[in-house]
Write a protein that binds this ligand. Structure first.
Ligand code: LLP
Length: 422
């Protein structure tokens, strides 16, 4: 089964996203094109919801993974809250009509203006990452005559065993308050006039494929919760962040049900069964629900390497260039041609602009390929490098396909620029 199966699967020679042929979508909407399966998103959410049923909890979709309004709308309608990391993400949540009381505001560099807007909107919780941020948030809240609900992001110093760029819970990462300073930081927070302590949180990394680092982080958090409550400082909820990995090629991450069952067992064993839980999954809800469709522009045989030049590039999908990420690439329609081993590359003027290396594919110019598992951190990280308009996005359910973001035009890209006078 392909990553994304059964919602993304081959029928005969053609790749389908639910009941829509990739080749037909590419012809109808053009390429590069992000296509998402709505059913795959909801199917990815279901095990989280099932595993947490009967417990006080909130699932806050980490919208940085894919912040298209229609994606947010899908998760909001399914009962999710949201994890946001910027004023811009807050505006998206508000544009979709989500109750801000379902939102947690993460991020280590919140500005005064972002704090103010989020306080006025009424977010559920600020996940605060430093003592200095506590001070500023208290000041901003006091000036508004409010108290900001806060949780401290504790850096538990556990190794999530993932790529260094997406590992966030180690001592030397820039994130969170060090575990051994957390008690003092909480005492400080409790004294500040503009704050109300409501929880504790952590996020140890992304694309995590093991349960053990989560259990270690949970233990470290529970140690703090017990110490704080012994001092008379109640901690409402525990937020264990996001981070659950997906299968890109041969990874075998635990299912959300397995992860949650292990965490709940530990929580119960330590006598915290009634405590409210928050999770912030991003990638695991959308990653394998999306593909990036691209047209083959040129096949370029070389002495040592063959290149397949496609019309999607590192600006559309940055993960391979940035993290050397391996993502599946398949032909949208299988052909009776001998396959050749290609580096699949984009038109951007950098050797780092590649989508896949050493891929055996049977292709001709004009064919389409699909980069798999591209629903998370694909479009949300896209840029306009080389003045390349960003791709269009389509949501599919059954045999229906909706355009959920128009392709940008070049004129839009320099709309805000000005020529010098004279
Ligand atoms: N909560 C916080 C505070 C986070 O920093 C993140 C992701 C999440 C939740 C969601 O984590 P997820 O469930 O998606 O793993 N661009 C990288 C991933 C960066 C993740 C950053 N933080 C990539 O493409 O692999």
């Amino acid at each position: 089964m392909l990553p994304g199966g059964p919602f993304i699967a081959r029928r005969g020679k053609d790749l389908f996203i639910e009941d829509c042929a990739a080749r037909a979508l590419a012809a109808r909407f053009g390429t590069p094109l992000y296509v998402y399966s709505r059913s795959a998103m909801l199917a990815a959410l279901a095990p989280w919801q099932r595993a947490l049923a009967g417990r006080p909890h909130r699932l806050c979709y980490a919208m940085k993974a894919n912040s298209n309004l229609a994606v947010l709308q899908t998760f909001a309608a399914a009962g999710c809250g949201f994890d946001i990391v910027s004023g811009g993400e807050l505006e998206r949540v508000l544009a979709v009509g989500v109750d801000p009381a379902r939102v947690v505001f993460s991020g280590l560099g919140k500005t005064r203006a972002e704090m103010r807007r989020a306080l006025v909107a009424g977010v559920h919780c600020f996940n605060v990452e430093s003592e200095a941020e506590l001070e500023l948030l208290s000041e901003v809240a006091t000036a508004l005559g409010r108290r900001a609900p806060v949780s401290l992001r504790v850096n538990p110093d556990v190794d999530a065993k993932t790529h260094p760029y997406i590992s966030t819970g180690l001592k030397d990462n820039k994130f969170g308050v060090a575990h051994d300073r957390a008690l003092a930081a909480y005492r400080h927070a409790a004294r500040l006039p503009g704050l109300e302590v409501v929880g504790i949180d952590c996020h140890i990394g992304s694309q995590i494929t093991e349960v053990a680092p989560y259990l270690d982080a949970l233990d470290r958090l529970l140690d703090l919760v017990e110490a704080l409550e012994a001092e008379g400082l109640p901690i409402g909820h525990i937020d264990l962040g996001g981070g659950l990995g997906i299968r890109y090629t041969d990874e075998t991450p635990p299912g959300a049900d397995v992860l949650i069952a292990a965490l709940l067992a530990r929580i119960d064993a330590r006598g915290h069964g009634e405590r409210a839980l928050v999770f912030e999954p991003g990638r695991s809800l959308v990653g394998n629900a999306g593909v990036l469709l691209s047209e083959v522009l040129y096949l370029k045989p070389g002495e040592h390497k063959n290149f397949c030049v496609v019309d999607a590039a590192m600006n559309d999908l940055m993960r391979p260039a940035l993290y050397q990420a391996t993502m599946g690439i398949v032909a949208c329609t299988l052909r009776d041609l001998p396959s050749l081993v290609y580096d699949v590359v984009g038109p951007v003027c950098e050797s780092g602009d590649w989508l896949g290396r050493d891929r055996a594919l049977a292709l001709a110019a004009g064919d389409h390929v699909a980069v798999l598992s591209a629903g998370a951190y694909g479009m949300s990280m896209a840029s306009n490098y080389n003045t390349r308009p960003r791709a269009a996005e389509v949501m599919v359910q059954g045999d229906q396909a909706w355009l959920i973001r128009e392709r940008e035009t070049a004129a839009e890209l320099f709309r805000g620029e000005r020529l010098l006078p004279g």
